[in-house]
Write a protein that binds this ligand. Sequence first.
Ligand SMILES: C[S@@+](CC[C@H](N)C(=O)[O-])C[C@H]1O[C@@H](n2cnc3c(N)ncnc32)[C@H](O)[C@@H]1O
Length: 262
Amino acid sequence: MRKTYRAHSSKDYWAQRWKNIPVDLPQENANVYPLKFALKAVNSKNDRILEAGCGNGRILRFFKNRGYEIEGFDYIDGAIQTLLDSDPKLKVRTEDITSLSYEADSFDCVLAFGLYHNLEEKDLHKAILETNRVMKKNARLCASFRADNLQNFINDFCANKPFRQKRKSELKFHKMNLSSRELAQAFQKGGFSVSKIRPVENMPLLYKSKFFRAKGHKTFDESLGRREGYLLSPIGNLFQKVLIGLSPHQFCNIYVLDAQKT
Ligand SMILES: C[S@@+](CC[C@H](N)C(=O)[O-])C[C@H]1O[C@@H](n2cnc3c(N)ncnc32)[C@H](O)[C@@H]1O
């Protein structure tokens, strides 16, 4: 396990990030994270689905537009208000995953991409128990978590450059990074049976360089990346394949976990 520290707390980071970009359009590319995995987890239009940490809404809006029964929450009120301004009929609320107002045994499927790694150990355990509480027996959970590996170490090393002079005491907890074993143990301890943990590339390290980005992605545009996926050029894809081929666990940036409430 490794913790990432930054100049701002995780909550301040998300508040700022969602303020800086417009509401998400529904994600378009079903071959990329996270939609690819969400589609595998959702069984039918009769499922009552919860998106935990829905952010600016790319996944929530995808399912809502297709007539699925989906609800969502996020602890950033600004993001929830932006979603409601775009569509007042969306079932979204401002909530914190560590203490939810939903009734027990409510959902058939929970999607939680990039949420749990914003929490430290004690709150992470609380959040997993709270997720479990609102799920029906045998309901499915699909969640992603930051991997404790070389790629994220390099990412953090580069991102920390502007505040490397700061003393550790001035820095704030930002994200948790776990190995696949630690991730499985955390969810098993919280009442889940874990069926799969896959190493997945959300934003490849190579995407940081304009040279390796796909045509149309040369100028960094977060909304486009969120909608289409962070796409690489043919040469970028080739290098990426080599890295992933060498070590999928060191060159992914997240793990996607499939689990079931026992
Ligand atoms: C990586 S973003 C993912 C957003 C969305 N799931 C997606 O894939 O587009 C993680 C989200 O989790 C939210 N979040 C982090 N900690 C949370 C908490 N304790 N309770 C509720 N939401 C939280 C953040 O505000 C952010 O919107």
